[in-house]
Write a protein that binds this ligand. Structure first.
Ligand SMILES: Nc1ncnc2c1ncn2[C@@H]1O[C@H](COP(=O)(O)OP(=O)(O)OP(=O)(O)O)[C@@H](O)[C@H]1O
Ligand SMILES: [Mg+2]
Length: 506
């Protein structure tokens, strides 16, 4: 007898519908799975057989053939276990054939017959709804994640016996209550911890308001890492659509441990030994990299000069396009990468450049600067110097708290969203040259100032647009509809070329 079960496989960030066909016939007992499965799929035979027996079902002593269709798609992961088990139960008459018309299933099985958590449940649920399937059976701990998709019946189940009961027509169990989230943490890093540094804090605020890329440069121990880690605390909360996108990514990467929507903007700080594939994604079955895990959040590259050149160069496309395409044979997977880049570096190997104590030779300094990838630096909207704070600043009590700054950032973001309505963009950093021309209105004196800087050779054509974008953000923080001269002046000052002297022309 033949049974058909609907399940899904993960492909990039979305899911593809898979039909598991199970055929039972007389002959020497055998259990074969065909249809381009990976190792986890091949091993699924042992899990399914043992799980069925341990859950009290009969494992038919027949010739069993399982086909995963369509055959041309590669099938990954252990998520086919439950579909295969259900197919065997229907094909051997232990479940009614009509049982699987209503439901798709997606879970790994334990040897005892329990359903185990699988990566990518949110994408599977979205796929099921798009395919017009009425209901989805998933492990109980993933049920709330699947239920984020509206218009889909979700059954969160612990054991194989309960799956059988639902397929025989028993009502599905209620969704589990939300797991207690982590308590709101009073110890979260707050901008108020940073003493002094009024200029850099202002720069980080502007960067957050417009989602601009920023590089902080300064001697060791001045608080570059400290300030960068606090940049996340002044970003506005995720919108629901953004939260769904982030949850989808983190679920597929296996980093989403709770059963709820991700509420925090991602902050990813990969170590400088990371490979290009680790940074932008890769592998024979493409997995998202740090750039995608930082989507809608911050990618923080601490000690930028220590990253390998190949890793930094790999970031160019994702920075430019907001997405990275990974090609494997005939197949291309695209991962989104709209992150804000925050980076830090020392100005020279000893970190004391510009100070009498600097022991580096000119050649050392030049080599250090060459290590910072020029094309990457050219995509930095802001280059900011962080000198040692003054002694009296360090002694001062708490500075401005994140919460106060976040209010201003939020207001500026709302102005941008209003201006960009209908373009599909959200922040000034994303403005294309055409949109800069169309949407950024500036005073005559502001334009004159910009023209002067350009004429003096201080700006490249790309730099020209960049200054306008940053100036637009400063005006948004100011609540100004037009960009004024002092906004442009401040934006020009936020690209302190001496930070890199000659490493890149603005
Ligand atoms: N401006 C500051 N206000 C308060 N504490 C500071 C400040 N600067 C540095 N510190 C203290 O010094 C520690 C080290 O700072 P941090 O790691 O941010 O320095 P850094 O600039 O990243 O140095 P490096 O170049 O060596 O990486 C911080 O954890 C903090 O305790
Ligand atoms: Mg540091």
């Amino acid at each position: 007898m033949l049974a058909h079960v609907t399940t899904f496989t993960i492909d990039g960030l979305s899911s593809r519908r898979i039909t598991v066909e199970v055929d039972l016939r007389r002959g020497l007992p055998a259990f074969t799975i065909v249809g381009r499965g990976d190792a986890a799929v091949r091993e699924s035979r042992e899990r399914v057989q043992t799980a069925l027996v341990n859950a009290g079902f009969d494992f038919p002593q027949r010739r069993i053939t399982v086909n995963l269709a369509p055959a041309h798609l590669r099938k990954v992961g252990p998520g086919f276990d439950l579909a295969t088990a259900c197919g065997v139960l229907v094909a051997s008459g232990q479940l009614p054939p009509a049982a699987l018309e209503h439901w798709a299933v997606f879970a790994e099985l334990s040897l005892g017959g329990e359903l185990r958590h699988c990566r990518g449940v949110l994408s599977v649920a979205e796929g099921a709804r798009a395919a017009g399937i009425a209901g989805l059976i998933v492990p109980r701990e993933c049920a709330r994640e699947a239920a984020l998709v509206e218009g889909l019946e979700v059954a969160g189940v612990t054991r194989l016996q309960e799956v059988a009961a639902i397929l025989r027509g028993m009502p599905r169990p209620e969704l589990p209550p939300p797991a207690a989230g982590p308590p709101p943490d009073a110890d979260d890093p707050d901008l108020g911890d940073v003493r002094g540094h009024t200029g850099p804090i202002r720069a980080v605020t502007i960067a957050a308001a417009g989602a601009h890329n920023i590089l902080l440069s300064g001697p060791p121990g001045t608080g570059k890492t400290m300030l960068a880690r606090r940049a996340i605390s002044i970003l506005p909360p995720l919108t629901r659509d953004e939260a769904i996108a982030v949850t989808r990514i983190h679920s597929i990467a296996g980093r989403h441990v709770s059963d709820e929507l991700v509420r925090q903007r991602p902050f990813r700080a990969p170590h400088h030994s990371i490979s290009p594939a680790g940074l932008v994604g890769g592998g024979s079955l493409p997995q998202p990299g740090e750039a995608t895990l930082a989507h809608h959040g911050i990618l923080f590259l601490d000690e930028l000069s220590e990253f390998s050149r190949s890793a930094l160069e790999a970031l160019r496309q994702p920075l430019e396009d907001g997405a990275v395409a990974i090609v494997r044979g005939q197949h291309t997977v695209t991962f989104p990468t709209r992150f804000q880049l925050v980076a830090s570096t020392n100005p020279c190997p000893c970190g004391m450049a510009g100070d009498d104590r600097c022991r580096c030779s000119e050649a050392d300094v030049a080599r250090h600067r060459r290590k910072l990838s020029g094309p990457l630096l050219d995509r930095m909207d802001m280059l900011v110097n962080m000198p040692r704070p003054k002694a009296e600043d360090l002694e001062r009590s708490v500075g401005t708290r994140s919460q106060e700054v976040r209010g201003a950032v939020l207001a500026a973001r709302e102005r941008q969203a209003h201006r960009l309505a209908g373009t599909g963009l959200r922040t000034n950093a994303e403005l294309t040259p055409r949109l800069v021309r169309e949407l950024v209105r500036a005073d005559g004196s502001a334009i004159a100032l910009l023209r002067n800087s350009y004429a003096q050779g201080q700006l490249s054509a790309r730099g020209h647009g960049r200054i306008l974008r940053v100036a637009r953000t400063i005006a948004d923080l100011d609540g100004c509809a037009r960009v004024r001269e002092h906004h442009v002046r401040e934006a020009l000052g936020l690209r302190e070329e001496q930070v890199l002297e000659g490493a890149v022309a603005a």
